[in-house]
Design a protein around this ligand. Structure first.
Ligand SMILES: Cc1cc2nc3c(=O)[nH]c(=O)nc-3n(C[C@H](O)[C@H](O)[C@H](O)COP(=O)(O)O)c2cc1C
Length: 238
């Protein structure tokens, strides 16, 4: 009944090609969500990240005022709590509200078309998450291993003009299926997610920058995904 109402609503909102299934805390079935790399979902070996905090010490106004693109990162790794917090801010599940819109970012027609990968070196004091490329299962707040080992050097080859990509302890890559009438909404969604990453990083005292200038084919091969990489967001201590 709820889905039927949403379909009617989406029709009148002129989003006929967009999926209208809301993603809620209670009824999520990731295998039903379009465009997910099913290979990495419901993965028994997935690593569950620590729960994010809903309260920080920096106001949203301070984070907005102080945000700036950082292109220099120290060698100090970030820790798993910081990584968890940033990934949650990017695409995680929010606090259940009156509506079923419980993600940290909006998405056109509630479609949530983005796939999120991280390319990380060793994290601070962490034995459960070693260097590698991981797929972020945002609904379950879990990471699934795509490739073992520090792949930052290989990633940097996709954007050789930016040495800071290799230095940043973690880079987040947003990818999606491109094409069709809903394509422009995908780019808008990327903007929302990227801004959340910037603001959360700022609130944690970390730096970040959006990088759109890279060789997408090289990055796609490294991530082992069919989706189009759209932005790299290196994050780290500054
Ligand atoms: C979609 C997008 C793509 C970007 N691509 C790059 C990039 O390839 N390389 C880079 O150094 N900065 C990139 N940036 C960062 C912008 O250069 C930066 O946001 C802008 O100069 C404003 O500076 P500020 O973020 O420090 O306020 C990008 C920003 C956006 C929003």
């Amino acid at each position: 009944m709820k889905n039927a109402c949403l379909l009617v609503l989406c029709f009148f909102m002129h989003f006929p090609l967009l999926s209208c299934s809301p993603l809620t805390n209670n009824s999520d079935d990731p295998s039903q969500v379009k465009n997910l790399d099913n290979l990495y979902l419901n993965n028994e070996k997935a690593i569950t990240l620590v729960q994010p905090e809903y309260k920080g010490t920096v106001s949203v106004e301070e984070a907005i005022a102080n945000r700036i693109s950082q292109r220099r990162f120290s060698e100090d790794p970030i820790n798993t709590r910081e990584l968890s917090q940033i990934l949650w801010a990017a695409y995680g599940v929010g606090i259940d509200g009156v509506t079923s819109a419980t993600r940290t970012v909006p998405s056109a027609a509630g479609r949530y078309p983005l796939e999120i990968f991280i390319i990380t070196g060793e994290l601070e004091e962490d034995i459960s998450l070693s260097a590698g490329i991981y797929y972020f299962d945002s609904l379950n707040h879990q990471l699934s291993l795509v490739s073992k080992g520090d792949q930052r050097q290989a990633m940097a080859q996709a954007a050789p003009q930016y040495d800071f990509i290799r230095q940043a302890p973690v880079s987040i890559v947003l990818a999606a299926e491109i094409g069709g009438r809903s394509e422009r909404f995908v780019y808008m969604d990327v903007g929302h997610v990227t801004q959340n990453v910037h603001l959360q990083a700022e609130a944690l005292g970390l730096g970040s920058v959006a990088v759109g200038g890279f060789k997408a084919d090289m990055l796609r091969a490294l991530l082992k995904t069919k989706f189009e990489p759209l932005i790299i967001i290196p994050v780290g201590n500054i």
